[in-house]
Design a protein around this ligand. Structure first.
Ligand SMILES: [Zn+2]
Length: 78
């Protein structure tokens, strides 16, 4: 009884993955990669964010972007 259920689950899984596999091949042949696997473009916005001039806070000894505001200490100059 249990083996029948297991066999049914395995067959359904094989059909499901086979369907996805065929769908993926069809998309690749159409020259259109599926959205989740599409290569991400270079993260230009993130790079411009990290390329900001960082200022060293003499109180907390950490480099912070000026628009980050104070680090939380009372004597922080930012
Ligand atoms: Zn600070």
């Amino acid at each position: 009884m249990f083996s029948k259920i297991l066999l049914t689950v395995v067959v359904v899984a094989i059909i499901w993955f086979g369907f996805k596999y065929l769908q993926r091949i069809a998309e690749l042949r159409a020259g259109r990669p599926s959205p989740p696997d599409a290569p991400h473009p270079p993260s230009a916005p993130t790079q411009s964010q990290t390329a900001q001039d960082l200022a060293l806070c003499p109180r907390c000894a950490t480099y912070r972007a000026p628009n980050q505001g104070p680090c939380g200490r009372k004597d922080c100059p930012y």
